[in-house]
Design a protein around this ligand. Structure first.
Ligand code: TXA
Ligand code: MG
Length: 324
């Protein structure tokens, strides 16, 4: 039996969502689709359940988790919403934007979601299955991307099952996630917004509401998840490839693919960045599965969604021996 067959993957119908909500209320782990990537969810009020996420993922304990909630109003129960945060929440929630905000005094969320920081990362997802699950469970859900720590994120239920086998109680299968790349993570220095992780919501769209986004201060660890090596396939990754080498698999982009690759997948033959984001993790996984030792990736333009795609690719290509 394959690993995938031993995990309980259930199509995300009403009965399965109810069952998943019960499992979450009992402190179990349930993976579910969001509009970005699959999340590995646990009751964010329950220390034991949140601790189980760190164990299942092999995630360093200093890397905090995103808490998913069903409504903007709920955020006020857990975090101090600044003016800028309220403006961004009104503009982008439900959606692929995560806000890192100070914990409220008496915040009932498990301290483990903050991993020792005095902040919580929070978002209202827009995927109907995520929303239905949050409402059925009547709980805030801590949910990192549903991949073993450091590995390529999961955009299908099968990816989740491959990564976790029997370690989790259920995977709700809602099909491939539409955006395919994680949420944009914004922190604040006072009211000044800081881009902690580029993602599915574009820098230029956020700027319209709160002005330019500052870069994180690298002398302080502001988002511990932004390690160099991350999103890593087993194969090594070569970036900005303009030629194909026979012993490398090629991850192409756009219509002008160099000849000579034995194996190639194209993120978007028409050069569309949305399609490329949606295909990125699934294609990295597919090339990796062929057993190739090297994956060469063609240049991706840096604008729009290209910022987040290049961020993920740079981490996928980073040296792996840095202990993360
Ligand atoms: O799209 C997404 O954001 C997905 C879906 C499932 O919601 N989740 C996701 O979670 O990507 P994860 O754990 O893979 O990435 C969360 C990122 C990490 O880089 C983490 O360090 C950062 O958010 N983060 C979480 N809490 C934080 C906090 N309190 N302060 C700073 N960064 C935080
Ligand atoms: Mg992740």
């Amino acid at each position: 039996m394959s690993v995938a067959e031993t995990t309980i993957v259930r199509p995300a119908g009403a009965a399965a969502i109810e069952e998943a909500a019960k499992l979450l209320r009992r402190g179990e782990l349930v993976a579910f689709p969001t509009e970005t990537v699959y999340g590995l969810g646990a009751n964010a009020l329950d220390d034991r359940a949140v601790a189980a996420i760190y164990v299942a993922k092999g995630r360093p304990r200093f890397n905090p988790l995103i808490v998913h909630i069903p409504s903007v109003a709920d955020a006020e129960r857990y975090v101090e919403m600044s003016n800028a945060a309220r403006i961004l929440a009104a503009a982008f929630w439900p959606g692929a934007l995560t806000l890192v905000l100070p914990r409220r005094t008496g915040c009932p969320l498990s301290a483990l979601v903050s991993a020792g920081l005095n902040t919580v990362a929070i978002r209202v997802p827009s995927h109907p299955v995520a929303m239905a699950l949050l409402k059925a469970a009547r709980l805030p859900l801590a949910a990192p991307s549903a991949n073993p720590s450091g590995c390529v994120s999961a955009t299908t239920a099968a990816h989740v099952a491959e990564g976790f086998g029997e370690k989790i109680a259920m995977v709700l299968d809602g099909g491939a996630t539409p955006l395919g790349i994680e949420s944009t993570v914004i922190g604040f220095d006072g009211d000044k917004p800081i881009l902690l992780r580029p993602g599915a919501i574009l820098r230029q769209d956020i700027k319209q509401f709160v002005g330019p986004l500052a870069a994180p201060d690298i002398s302080k660890v502001q988002s511990p998840g932004q390690f160099e090596s991350h999103y890593a396939p087993h194969a090594s990754v070569r970036l900005n490839a303009t030629t194909a080498v026979p012993d490398e698999a090629l991850l192409a982009f756009g219509p002008d693919v160099p000849p000579g690759a034995k194996l190639a997948l194209n993120l978007s033959p028409s050069g569309n960045l949305q399609d490329a984001a949606a295909n990125l993790f699934a294609m990295l996984r597919a090339l990796d599965k062929t057993g190739t030792k090297k994956i060469a990736v063609m240049p991706i333009p840096p604008h729009g969604l290209g910022e987040a795609i290049n961020d993920r690719l740079q981490r996928a290509a980073a040296p792996r021996d840095n202990g993360t």
